[in-house]
Design a protein around this ligand. Structure first.
Ligand code: SF4
Length: 288
């Protein structure tokens, strides 16, 4: 497995409960700047500009916002009706349960604060990490919570290739299963759709099958976002990639490709009786 040095640092943030324009989400909480999982397709690599890092540094630094819990306590006082009708996503530009969380427990503390406060809205967690299971007792105290695990394949070799320091996909599927057994509401985030799927209905079926077996029935699906800064970093990260595979990445940006893939997926979702939580996501506004 590839290794690289990780720079960690404690910082103080100015805000933590940040208003968001993401679909179905009113606020985001990101307790870390940077993400050790370093996925090659990650759109959040632009966050480096706030901490003087280059796009290509993504995955090699994690800064812990150690005042996040204190800031959250203050922010919650300002919320009307204890947040009724509002949704908070944890997290949008980092993984809330990456390795640093085992040391700092910032995501766990923020969730605890939301539970203690009696937050009336919805808390939505998105992660690739089984560390989320450490906060099961807190999840059970929240009034309305759902936990999503990102599933991009069923093959651990593929997840290691595209998501170099993230937990293997088999661990994520296991985590979904465990959460379902514990009675926590879950969803899978099937995205980004890796381009080789379009020609391969069987590969998509394998992923849906694996998610279905965990007991999860709700899904988000997202097309790959190849904005220029993402594409540049991805090409650097995947230097040894087969050139024909690269052609498929480029063709993934055509409307025809997306239509074909959408149809394939929507038909399969019906077959499996999955609920799609939002129309298949495509960030065309970010295209270059
Ligand atoms: S886990 Fe999420 S935030 Fe972290 S690098 Fe991967 S895609 Fe980006």
């Amino acid at each position: 497995m590839e290794t690289s040095t990780l720079e960690t640092k404690e910082i103080t943030a100015k805000s933590i409960l940040v208003p968001s324009k993401l679909p179905g989400c009113d606020f985001v909480i990101n307790c870390y700047t940077g993400c050790r999982f370093g996925c090659s397709y990650c759109y959040a690599s632009f966050m480096g500009r706030f901490v003087d890092k280059k796009i290509s540094d993504w995955g090699n630094y994690v800064y812990a916002k150690i005042n996040a819990p204190d800031l959250l306590k203050k922010d919650l006082i300002k919320l009307k009706n204890k947040g009724k009708g509002k949704t908070i996503l944890l997290s949008s530009v980092t993984d809330p349960f990456q390795g640093a969380e085992a040391k700092y427990h910032l995501s766990a503390k923020c969730l605890e604060i939301l539970a203690d406060y009696g937050f009336e809205g919805e808390v939505s967690i998105l992660t690739k990490s089984p560390l989320v299971l450490n906060v099961l007792p807190i999840l059970k105290r929240l009034k309305n919570v759902d936990v999503g695990l990102t599933i991009t394949s069923t093959d651990d070799k593929i997840s290691r290739y595209f998501e170099k320091f993230a937990p293997n996909v088999s661990q994520r599927l296991e985590t979904l299963k465990k959460l379902n057994e514990e009675g926590i509401k879950t969803y899978a985030f099937f995205g980004p759709l890796l381009p080789h799927f379009v020609a391969n209905k069987e590969e998509i079926k394998k992923v849906l099958d694996a998610i279905h077996q965990t007991g999860t029935r709700q899904l988000f699906v997202e097309h790959i976002n190849l904005s220029k800064y993402i594409k540049d970093r991805m090409l650097e990260e995947l230097k040894d990639i087969d050139k024909s595979f690269l052609e498929q990445f480029y063709s993934s940006q055509s409307k025809d490709y997306r239509s074909e893939l959408n149809k394939l997926i929507l038909d399969l979702l019906k077959e499996y009786d999955f609920e799609l939580l939002h129309e298949i996501i495509f960030h065309k506004e970010m295209m270059s």
